[in-house]
Design a protein around this ligand. Structure first.
Ligand code: NOJ
Length: 560
């Protein structure tokens, strides 16, 4: 296998772990997670085998949007630590073989950012044109509210500036003016700063909004993607390994443009919202069809690009790409109470409670996630099966503190839980039932299963680097897909139904070089399946069963 590629394109064969410093571990006992706490748990993270940490915003903030409202892009929020501790975290992570990427949130600032304060107070301020202003309230045009009913439109009147300013998110998050070269220079300075402190890239917030110039009076007529190409070129000049992982919640054909031209010269990774949503529909229907359709709808990605796959993140589980009746099917199956739903399009829940704690089904979902074309991204706590707390506001329901132990405060903090950033869940998914300490002791725990899955994923580069395609089979509930890379092939099977089944696939396609197939090695249970007739291979799957099978061709050895 081409080992050179796996290290150059490290992000294609990695496993990303997203965490919020504020809710991970409190090192100083004040009730808020911090960088000192995170530094303490780098060994835990290295131990479960993830390769890349994605740190959610840790910058100074009034915290009205969980830190996505920033007042200083070049600093650490005092509650979480300081730049020195940030460097310690990055250095420790590197020592343990982990890379760190951080959130880059430059579509907007907080209204409390000194740039906005000076822009609104003084028409002659050099920051005035860093934002998007209008004398009169403009039509929304093609633009829509991101948080319907919560953000009070897209344009808000500022009494000091005596003008309206644009905000694609909350009114306290004024959009920056990307068409202004001074803003783009500042963004370059910000990314340059953090790369110098050791980060290996950025999760870029709200990319389509960031580069869009609609609403900006006098914006030059240039392709907004040019800005993204400039950013990519800049980070690559500064640091060859650096990546951009972009939030682009658009249909696949529109997402393609964000990878850029030819070999890929914009985002390295783009979150695959379409496949994610199709998995929920497939689970609700117990029919693999929606995932097959979603995978077939994906455009080929350029050589220097890849999908990022995920099941849950820190936001609501958005189902905005589904038709209304499909979304309703998912709501009925996994979030029927109005209190579980948000913005009319999503669920403020974590996966285990959605699946009523059915561990077989949960493992099937994650096995699928890890076998799909792309780089899997986990949200902290998924590895132990944490649940949500619906008593928390809006999206905060899934942002509760990490559950380390069954101690008071979940081992997250020694302070009074009353002061925690978000309330810890109680009952079935509370820390007495779900925590790291207990699961480490139990070889059969979800945590130990995840460790094995992650190890196997890292040893199976076909999945992240290969070409993937759906394989026809004769059971509607089963998804079969294969990934081919560098003369090697892995076939994955996933059963969306609660009944065991036998499934037939063909492995005789000339173009796939299958003629020499002699056996399948089960990469998850170690079994070995001889192939007598490649035109009809029959395999068994348990209820919600899943298998990863490496095709052995004549003369090829089994892998350990
Ligand atoms: C996307 C982030 O994921 C979300 O949490 C945030 O509210 C918005 N961007 C605004 O920054």
């Amino acid at each position: 296998m081409s080992i050179r590629t796996t290290s150059d394109q490290w992000w294609k064969n990695g496993v990303v772990y997203c965490l919020d410093v504020e809710t991970f571990l409190d090192g100083d006992g004040d009730g808020v997670g911090d960088l000192a706490g995170l530094a303490d748990r780098i060994d835990y993270l290295a131990g479960i085998g993830v390769t890349t940490l994605w740190l959610m915003p840790f910058y100074p903030t009034p915290d009205r949007d969980d830190g996505y409202d920033i007042t200083d892009f070049l600093n650490v929020d005092g509650r979480l630590g300081d730049l020195g501790q940030f460097v310690e975290v990055v250095r420790t992570a590197h020592d343990r073989g982990l890379r760190v990427i951080i959130d880059l949130v430059v579509n907007h600032t907080s209204t409390e950012h000194p740039w906005f304060q000076s822009a609104r107070s003084d028409p002659a301020s050099r920051h005035r044109d860093w934002y998007v202003w209008s004398e009169d309230k403009p039509d929304d045009g093609e633009m829509t509210e991101t948080f319907p009913g919560e953000q009070g439109g897209l344009w808000t009147y500022d009494r000091k500036a005596k003008q309206y300013y644009l905000h694609r998110f909350y009114a306290h998050q004024p959009d920056l003016n990307i068409a202004n070269p001074a803003v783009r220079d500042e963004i370059a300075r910000i990314v340059g700063f953090w790369m110098q402190l050791g980060v290996s890239g950025f999760r870029v917030d709200a990319v389509p909004f960031l580069i869009e110039t609609e609403g900006i009076t006098g914006a030059p007529e240039v392709d907004p993607h040019r800005y993204l190409k400039e950013l990519r070129a800049f980070i690559s000049r500064r640091k060859g390994e650096a990546i951009l992982l972009g939030e682009v919640n658009l249909a696949p054909e529109e997402q393609r443009a964000f990878f850029g031209d030819e070999d890929g010269d914009e985002l390295h990774l783009v979150f695959n919202f379409t496949v994610m949503q199709s998995i929920y529909l497939a689970m609700a229907r117990q029919d693999a069809g929606p995932v097959e359709e979603a995978m077939r709808s994906l455009p080929p990605v350029p050589f220097d690009s890849q999908w990022a796959t995920f099941l849950r993140n820190h936001d609501e589980l958005t189902l905005d790409k589904l038709a209304d009746d499909e979304r309703q099917e998912v709501f009925d199956a996994f979030g029927p109470e109005p209190d579980m739903q948000l913005f009319g399009r999503g669920l403020r829940r974590r996966l285990p409670p959605m699946l009523d704690g059915d561990v077989d089904r949960l493992k099937m979902a994650y096995s699928l996630l890890f076998s799909l074309p792309g780089t899997p991204v986990l949200f902290y706590g998924e590895e132990i099966g944490m649940g949500e707390n619906l008593a928390a506001d809006e999206r905060e329901a899934v942002r509760t503190p990490m559950q380390w132990s069954d101690e008071p405060g979940a081992g997250f903090s020694t302070a009074d839980p009353e002061g925690f950033p978000n309330p810890i869940p109680e009952g079935e998914y509370g820390p007495l039932a779900v925590n790291v300490v207990d699961q480490r002791r139990d070889p059969e725990s979800l945590l130990n299963w995840f460790e094995r899955l992650i190890r196997r994923r890292r040893e199976t580069p076909e999945l992240g680097l290969g070409c993937s395609k759906v394989v026809d089979n004769d059971v509607p509930a089963v998804l079969a897909h294969r990934c081919d890379w560098d003369g090697a092939t892995v076939i994955a099977l996933h059963n969306f139904a609660p009944e065991p089944c036998r499934v037939r696939i063909r492995l005789d396609a000339e173009e796939d070089g299958d003629a020499d197939a002699v056996a399948l090695q089960d990469l998850l249970d170690g079994g070995y399946h001889e192939i007598d007739d490649p035109s009809e291979v029959t395999l068994e799957l348990d209820r919600y069963g899943y298998r990863w099978l490496r095709l052995l061709r004549r003369g090829q050895r089994r892998m350990p």
